[in-house]
Each structure stands twice: as C-alpha cells, then as structure tokens.
Design a protein around this ligand. Structure first.
Ligand code: FAD
Length: 489
C-alpha cells in the first residue's frame, strides 16, 4: 500500500521552497512531501556561492535594456523584472510579518547596484538608458554621473589605474540588494517542516508516472540505504533545476515535447581579503562582450554570506554537458529525444557566436581572466583572488512553430493541460523572480482554486494581479513597506 499525498515537490532549491510555502499558506490541510537528492537543501544553483546573489531588478543589469535599431532604449524587460522582484519583496515581507522569517538580514542586505561603462559609445548608451528610466516609478532615485571623482566615491576600486582620457559613466542605486537564496531556502523549508510537510534529503526522484486513476506514482530512492519506494501524488511540481527537463520528459506529458536544454557553466573569482573587501560596497555590472549570453555580463560584487563579506568577479562562462553541478557527463546526451533533436541542431547552427564565445571562455588563460577582472578593478592583485566553479545553468531550447529551434534565456513553466504536474525550466532572471514564477505555476495548475485563493494572495502580495508601476503611489508604498520589513533601511 503506497502513501498518498496531495503534493509532491521534487528538489530542495528556492523554487520548490517558495511553492511549498505558498501552498501551505493557501491550503494548510494539504499534505506535502518534498524530496531532495543531495544531503542538504540549496546545494545546487540556489547555494549562495553557486549564484551571484543579485536581487535582479534591472537596477544595474544592462542586458535588460537593449538598444533598438532606431537608437532608442527598450525598457520593457527592465520594468518587468523589477515588477517581479517587487512581488518577491512583498511576499518575503509578509513572511517577516508572519514570523516565518524572523531575521531577514540573514538572507537579504542592502548593497548598492551600479552600472559602469567606459568608452564614448558605452557612455552615450548609459546616458540614454538613464534618461529612459529615471522618471519611472520603479527606478526613481537612480543617479547618473560621468565624473570620475563621483564614481570613485561610489566604488573606490574602479578608478585608480584607469586612463584619465577615457570617458567613463556610472549609474548608482543605493537600495539594491544582495540575497542569500540558500539561507532563504533553508528558512522556508524549516518552516514547511514545522507546519507538517515531509522534507526529505538524500531522496532522489527516479521517475514520475501517471496511473490509470489519475494519481502520479513518484518513484523515489533513498541515497543512503538505496531503498526504493513509491509515493502517490495528486499534484507534482518538478523543481529539480537542471534535472527538471529529464524528469518531465520521463513523465510522458506532451507539453514537454520540443524542449531541450543548453548547459552553460560558470566560474567566479572570489576575494576574501578584508583589506580589499572593505574598499568595495556595491554590485557593479558592465556591458557584455560581443557574442556573450546575457547572463555572462561581467560584474564586481559585494557578497554577504553567513555573516561574512567577500568580493566576487565574473562569471566566466564555460561548457560542460552536465545539467547540474553535481550532475553527470551524459546529462546532455540523455536529454536528446526525437522531438527535440531538430531544435537542438537548429540552435547550434544559429548561435555560432555563442558557441565561439563559450569555446574561447573555456580555453581562456589565467592571464586573460585576470585581465577581465582588471577591466573593472585595475589595481587587482591576482594572488588575492581564487577561481571556483559556480552553478550550472540549463538554458531553454524550445521549438517555435514559425522559427524552429530557439534558445531563450528566461525561465519557462511547463505544465500538463490538466494541471496535475508542472516543472520549471531555465535559470534567468532566476531566484529573484521565484515568487512570480511559482504564482504562474499556481495559475496554470489550479485555475479553479484561484478565485478562492485570490484574496489571500493579495493579502500576501498586495500588488498581485496589477501592474504595480502603473500606480506610482502604490509603488512608493510597496518600496517603503518592503524596505522596512526586510530591514533594507
Ligand atoms: C552562475 C549563476 C549565477 C546566478 N546568479 C543569480 C543572481 O545573481 N540572482 C538570481 O536571482 N539568480 C541567479 N541565478 C539563478 C538562480 O541561482 C536559479 O534560478 C535558482 O537558484 C534556481 O532554483 P531552483 O530551485 O529551480 O534550482 P536548484 O537550486 O538547482 O535546485 C534544484 C534542486 O533539485 C535537486 N534535484 C534535482 N534532481 C532531483 C531529483 N531527481 N530528485 C530529487 N532532487 C533533485 C537538486 O539537487 C537541487 O537541489 C544564477 C545562477 C547561476 C548558475
């Protein structure tokens, strides 16, 4: 006789923890089992050292404001990602008010967000970007300068050693954030367990199969005793990060046909030297090099993790066929299906610039990596920095009816049409937008419950169902309320 639960959640990262917390609030009587294959939660992309911890709100990331063919700056993606981050801030603030997050400073701290560029064309771009955003309610307070002395004041490591004749420019937003998504995940999973969920580590979900009675048979194995068992679930969420694709493929749902994954690995340089760390208090994003994927924009970051502060520079993109950092070298090959192989080939052929860029990054010498660091911190002493492997991203390849195989850099919620199973593919903007992504899962999978839930969702996330920035007063209220609750002021 198998155990039957309302919900099985696969994976112990930020997405699963967010969905589990939302569901527990909305349906306290539902039984929830969460299974994580590793010995601890948040050991993959959600681990603070496996990602950059930027509270992505487009306050500094230039890839959200591309320059159009007519020279204008597109701001729609920037506004969208900022809106989504406000949704996360509102939900986290609610959890603080509820006592579920007693000390928000354990996972989120204020770190100014800066964009920094050099060269005539880039300065011109940043000036126009600033002009396009400065009056928007979500970007009010952003500052702009072309004065090296002001930049030096904002971020003292950037200017010394730079040619005096080179034009430079920067924007500065004091209330940017650094987020430890691993710490947040642990807080949420502890709360889920305390409220009756079963949260099991060292438990791998091998497969998810539909039964004739409509339940999902979730086949799990305990990684310590290697004992297999089966749990039956009415609803399954596959929050397995890079392994979501494979589990969804094996579930047999037609909606996953045509999807494939393109793994991109990354490395960061890290510096823990207190004398260096003390001189930089910002997340400074630059412009990506030609051919670079949007998530490879270089940045020099303050990171605050478990009470310690370090500096991070990168990422240096790379390639391995693994779909998780702790994955297998055959992951990519295992994901090939008759339904996605054409899309994979089309993507390879139409993204030769990216392939070339990744190849160059994989074989980059230490001298080249240090040279990249010195583009941002000219006086960097290489002996104080060490390179390490960050998390693995699996970018979404999907089959577009008109364009064929396309590579996309966002996330994608894939759900079965009856709403009984869903999963999340892709990695960007990622953890910062986890709450919006998980609300999308609820909307796709439980449309019939939404009317019942709506009032409670609005209680947790006041801007739910609206465009926050369409109402400047509501935006200001939300920013002030969440800054106070999350101790960002
Ligand atoms: C280099 C890098 C930098 C990034 N920077 C940022 C940033 O600055 N800001 C930001 O917001 N986002 C950033 N991201 C994205 C962000 O880290 C991810 O979007 C987010 O952590 C994904 O969370 P997740 O829960 O989906 O996946 P994960 O954290 O990968 O969790 C999935 C979990 O599922 C488990 N699992 C897998 N298969 C199974 C199975 N079969 N059975 C049981 N468990 C399983 C895994 O072990 C893992 O713990 C970055 C990512 C990378 C790689």
């Amino acid at each position: 006789m198998h155990k039957t639960v309302d919900v099985v959640i696969v994976g112990g990262g930020i997405m699963s923890a967010t969905l589990g917390t939302l569901l527990q609030k909305l349906e306290p009587s539902w039984s929830i089992d969460l299974y994580e294959r590793l010995g601890a939660p948040a050991e993959e992309s959600t681990n603070p050292w496996n990602n950059a911890g930027t509270g992505h709100a487009a306050l500094c990331e230039l890839n959200y404001t591309p320059e159009q063919a007519d020279g204008s700056i597109a701001t729609a993606s920037a506004v969208k990602v900022n809106e989504q981050f406000q949704v996360s801030r509102q939900f986290w603030s609610y959890l603080v008010d509820e006592g579920i997050i007693p000390s928000p400073e354990k996972f989120i701290v204020p770190v100014p967000h800066m964009s920094f560029v050099w060269g005539e064309a880039n300065v011109d771009y940043l000036r126009r970007r600033f002009d396009a955003l400065k009056n928007h309610p979500l970007f009010t307070g952003m500052q702009y300068t072309e004065d090296p002395a002001v930049i030096h004041q904002w971020a003292p490591l950037l200017m010394p050693g730079r040619s005096k004749n080179e034009p430079v420019a920067a924007t500065y937003y004091a209330q940017g954030t650094d987020v430890n998504f691993g710490a947040l995940t642990e807080i949420l999973l502890d709360s889920m367990a305390a409220n009756g969920a079963t949260v099991r580590m060292n438990t791998t979900v091998r497969s998810v199969k539909r039964r004739a009675d409509g339940l999902w048979a979730v086949n799990i194995v305990n990684e310590i005793g290697k004992t297999p068992s089966t749990v039956l679930a009415k609803f399954v969420f596959v929050g397995a990060g890079g392994y979501a694709l494979n589990l969804l493929q094996r579930s047999g749902i037609p909606e996953i046909r045509g999807f494939a994954g393109f793994p991109v690995s990354g490395q960061f340089y890290r510096c823990d030297d207190p004398a260096v760390v003390a001189q930089h208090q910002a997340k400074v994003y630059g412009r990506a090099s030609v051919g670079a994927p949007p998530m490879s924009v270089p940045h020099l970051d303050t990171r605050v993790v478990d009470g310690g502060t370090s500096l991070l520079f990168g990422p240096y993109a790379g390639f391995t066929p693994k779909f998780l950092k702790t994955g297998s070298l055959i992951d990519l090959f295992r994901s090939i299906r008759p339904g996605n192989i054409v899309a994979m080939i089309q993507v390879a052929l139409t993204n030769l610039g990216l392939v070339k860029y990744l190849a160059a990054e994989v074989f980059a010498s230490k001298a080249r990596r240090v040279a990249s660091l010195r583009e941002y911190f000219p006086g960097a002493d290489a002996s104080k920095w060490y390179l390490y492997n960050a998390g693995q991203r699996v970018q979404v390849i999907k089959t577009d009816p008109d364009k064929g195989g396309i590579l996309q850099f966002g996330t994608e919620v894939v759900a079965h049409k009856d709403g009984s199973i869903a999963g999340l593919l892709g990695a960007s903007p990622g953890a910062s937008t986890a709450v919006s992504a998980m609300l999308e899962v609820l909307e796709k999978c439980f449309p019939q419950r939404l009317n019942v839930w709506r009032e409670q969702i609005v209680d947790m996330i006041p801007s739910y169902g609206t465009v926050l920035s369409a109402d400047p007063k509501a935006t200001a209220t939300s920013l002030a309320r969440t800054a106070k609750a999350l101790k960002l002021v």
